[in-house]
Design a protein around this ligand. Structure first.
Ligand SMILES: [Zn+2]
Length: 196
């Protein structure tokens, strides 16, 4: 196994359509092993073969249990839901953008020996499936967003959003508490009237 060099945005390799894998041989196995190592070393969620300069339809990614999944010749068979969240890419270092993706995505793919299987990902894994498969057709996530931020800006914006949501939650709870207090007052007044 060897870590491979990641190709970054601007390199025309990332804009090419990849060819299907037709031979499930040692060369493919070495590529998959190297891609796994490269993904782990770079602390990513997913990696597509063109990102290491190979124009073949091969992807490795982490599922919800952080287990490595190898997808050879993957095709999306179904998607559902929708969520806007920040997304990044090992080929676009330290830049993130808000991208709308499905919350569930299913693929049909082949394993390293050519056997077909189905795989369904949720949340970040669904996002990752869509992102990685786009690489195989020469597309990058930056095409889906008109604003890129740095990792630090993303963290700040995420924190601000969480704080705003926490404030809104507290406001709603306070309103509900006041409403309950008003209702109790109202019903005790009514009861009082009835007793007279
Ligand atoms: Zn990417």
């Amino acid at each position: 196994m060897a870590e491979r060099t990641i190709v970054t945005r601007g390199n025309p390799i990332l804009t090419k359509v990849c060819r299907p894998v037709t031979e499930f041989n040692d060369k493919l196995h070495t590529l998959l092993d190297d891609m796994q190592q490269t993904l782990t070393k770079n602390d990513g969620y997913g990696l597509a073969a063109p990102q290491v300069g190979i124009l073949r339809r091969v992807v490795v990614l982490l599922d919800e249990e952080e287990q490595m999944v190898e997808l050879v010749n993957p095709e999306i068979t179904a998607t559902s839901g929708s969520e806007v969240d920040y997304e990044g890419c090992l080929s676009v270092p330290n830049m993130y953008g808000l991208v709308e993706r499905p919350t569930e995505a299913s693929v049909r793919a082949q394993d390293r020996n050519g056997a077909y299987f189905e795989f369904t990902g949720h949340g970040t894994t669904a996002r990752c499936i869509c992102h990685e498969l786009e690489h195989l057709d020469g597309h990058l996530f930056v095409e889906h967003t008109d604003r890129l931020v740095t990792g630090e800006e993303m963290d700040r914006e995420r924190q601000a959003k969480e704080e705003a949501e926490a404030k809104e939650h507290a406001r709603r709870q306070q309103r509900a508490k006041e409403q309950r207090a008003r209702e109790q007052l109202h019903s005790s007044k009514k009861k009082g009237k009835r007793r007279k």
